[in-house]
Design a protein. Structure first.
Length: 127
């Protein structure tokens, strides 16, 4: 009789599969918790640009931002959080805030968001 050489089988073990699925599950849960905050930040940026375009004074910009925040379901920030500065005689608006996302138990994720309407990084003192 001829003996056949049995080759080593390739693949993943059950323990390896469970480990990979656990890692993918953890990444999925984190992604599902972070995604709404990123969408809200995009709404904040859009509201910031729209508010600056519709107003020429800080009071008008704040009022416009509040209206945009109401229609855009923005809960993390208000018009009181807006920071105004002058850049080449033009009012620029910026905002920075943090969002703490609870994951499980004592673990949480801190996201720091920052947006501005300024085109340059150097700013003059606030108005």
């Amino acid at each position: 009789m001829r003996s056949r050489a049995i080759g080593k089988q390739g693949g993943i073990t059950l323990v390896g599969l469970i480990f990979v699925l656990a890692i993918l599950g953890l990444i999925g849960v984190i992604g599902l918790k972070v995604f709404p905050t990123v969408v809200e930040f995009m709404s904040v940026k859009k509201a910031l640009v729209a508010a600056k375009a519709s107003g020429s004074t800080p009071v008008e910009i704040r009022t416009s931002f509040d209206k945009q925040a109401t229609t855009g379901y923005i809960d993390s920030v208000t018009s009181k959080d807006l920071v105004f500065s002058k850049d080449d005689g033009e009012i620029e608006v910026s905002i920075a805030y943090q969002k703490k996302i609870p994951l499980f138990g004592p673990a949480s994720l801190l996201m720091e968001y920052e947006a501005t309407t300024a085109k340059s990084a150097t700013k003059k003192p606030a108005v």
